[in-house]
Design a protein around this ligand. Structure first.
Ligand code: S3P
Length: 428
């Protein structure tokens, strides 16, 4: 292996894709068991590697020189082999600096709360200290050391915090954990009136509940994908011997990270279509999926397949409430299972907050707004089988469609126009 990544479990890593966008080398994913790491490092056959959990400390004794940031953090994620001697760096430091810069500019003079005390938390502290944050507190479940506080203290005594950096796995797929009083979210952002930025190191899903909460309050927020991309851009320069440049030309690095982030985000993000029955979500969705060569999933079709009967029968047997429960399960499973797909939802999928949360975690929501007079009733749609029923639901739901979408697409009768409008927005 010339270039690549070592770690214990790498099947979900995005690093190959990202590195191969940065440079034209081949980047290999190399899973090592704990017993084989020593030999791998003692007899290095690689040119340069990244290192991920659980080996960021394990590799340190084999290095002849360790860069400042890495020494300070106590972890190395980039190792370069120069004539048989190994040099270690920590580009996560740069990745997290770039992410905080993107979300809220500098941390200088700001009060920062770092959630969690694991490896990423040490990186966050080094970033905050280097940028001369006014104060930095680590929030943990059971505070012990100096500078550590509890979640309860954070939300009361330290509610004047201006930046929150989540370094816990809370919110990470499959969404275990969370503060006891708020499911799936490590902290309640509404308790911090001065909050100017929320940074979440978690990148799967793309938009955690914490990020969504912050955005809903109008607070700038971003997940860890940008950090992942930025650390790879930096590592790539170091791999290729452009170390000086990597550490001096922040603007060029950020620009490159921005471009790759945009590309990888659009590769991974789902395109989600919402709108009234008969608005053309399935037709538009299928056309988009063909044009973009992405999988197409219709959540109504998932419900029908699972139930083994048509929607009219499900409504007749379980009522609308029973149908909505099946719909929530289908929406959540689809949103969780797919990346880079086109998802058409049933007209009522927007009614429950939990459905919208799940869809936004992995996707961008387009409200296909077709004028009421063009929505035609059909017998197989229990809530849209007459003109009157359609009008009533349209009036009831219109504000909800608007409030839950990222983009409203006013559609005419030409499917191609609608498809192109969605495509242009998604890749812009
Ligand atoms: C519904 C819309 C339908 C289907 C169900 C309920 C609704 O999907 O989910 O009949 O409440 O609007 P379409 O919007 O695809 O018709």
């Amino acid at each position: 292996m010339n270039y690549g990544l070592i770690g214990e479990h790498l099947s979900h890593s995005f690093s190959k894709e990202i590195h191969e966008m940065c440079a034209d080398y081949t980047y290999e994913l190399c899973e090592l068991s704990p017993e084989t790491v020593a030999d791998f490092m003692q007899n290095p056959t690689f040119t340069a590697i990244n290192v991920t959990i659980p080996y960021k400390q394990t590799v340190m004794p084999y290095l002849c020189e360790i860069h400042d940031h890495a020494r300070r953090i106590g972890a190395v994620n980039t190792v370069v082999n120069r004539a048989g001697k190994l040099y270690g760096y920590n580009t996560d430091f740069y990745g997290l600096s770039a992410l905080t810069r993107r979300v809220c500019g500098t941390l200088q003079g700001k009060k920062v709360l770092i959630l969690g005390s694991g490896g990423t938390s040490h990186t966050a502290r080094a970033v905050a200290d280097t940028q001369r944050a006014a104060s930095v507190l680590t929030v943990v479940r059971n505070p012990k050391g100096e500078g550590q506080i509890s979640y309860a203290d954070a939300e009361t005594t330290h509610s004047d915090a201006e930046v929150i950096i989540n370094c816990t796995p809370c919110g990470m797929y499959p969404y275990a954990g969370g503060a006891p009083h708020i499911k799936g979210t490590p902290i309640d952002v509404t308790k911090f009136p001065r909050l100017a930025g929320v940074v979440d190191a978690v990148y799967n899903p793309l938009r955690t509940n914490l990020v969504q909460d912050a955005l809903d309050c109008g607070i700038p927020a971003e997940g860890g994908l940008y950090m992942l991309v930025a650390q790879a851009v930096m590592a790539c320069r170091i791999f290729l011997g452009r170390v000086e440049e990597a550490f001096s030309d922040e603007t060029a690095m950020d620009r490159e990270a921005d471009g790759i982030f945009k590309k990888i985000l659009s590769d991974k993000e789902n395109i989600v279509l919402t709108g009234m029955p008969g608005s053309g979500k399935s037709t538009v969705g299928k056309a988009l999926s063909e044009l973009l060569n992405r999988p197409f999933i219709d959540t109504d079709a998932v419900i029908v397949e699972r139930a083994g009967k048509p929607i009219t029968e499900i409504f007749a047997e379980l009522g609308e409430a029973g149908f909505r429960d099946l719909e929530t399960q289908a929406v959540k499973d689809t949103a969780n299972a797919y990346t880079g797909a086109v998802i058409a939802t049933g007209g009522g999928a927007i009614l429950r907050d939990e459905n919208i949360r799940a869809l936004r975690r992995t996707g961008r929501i387009y409200f296909i707004n077709r004028p009421l007079e063009h929505l035609i009733p059909t017998a197989d749609r229990p809530i849209a089988s007459t003109v009157d029923a359609i009008r009533r639901r349209y009036e009831e739901r219109y504000d909800r469609y608007l409030a839950t979408c990222d983009v409203e697409i006013n559609t005419d009768e030409v499917v191609e126009h609608t498809v192109n409008t969605v495509r242009e927005d998604f890749f812009s």
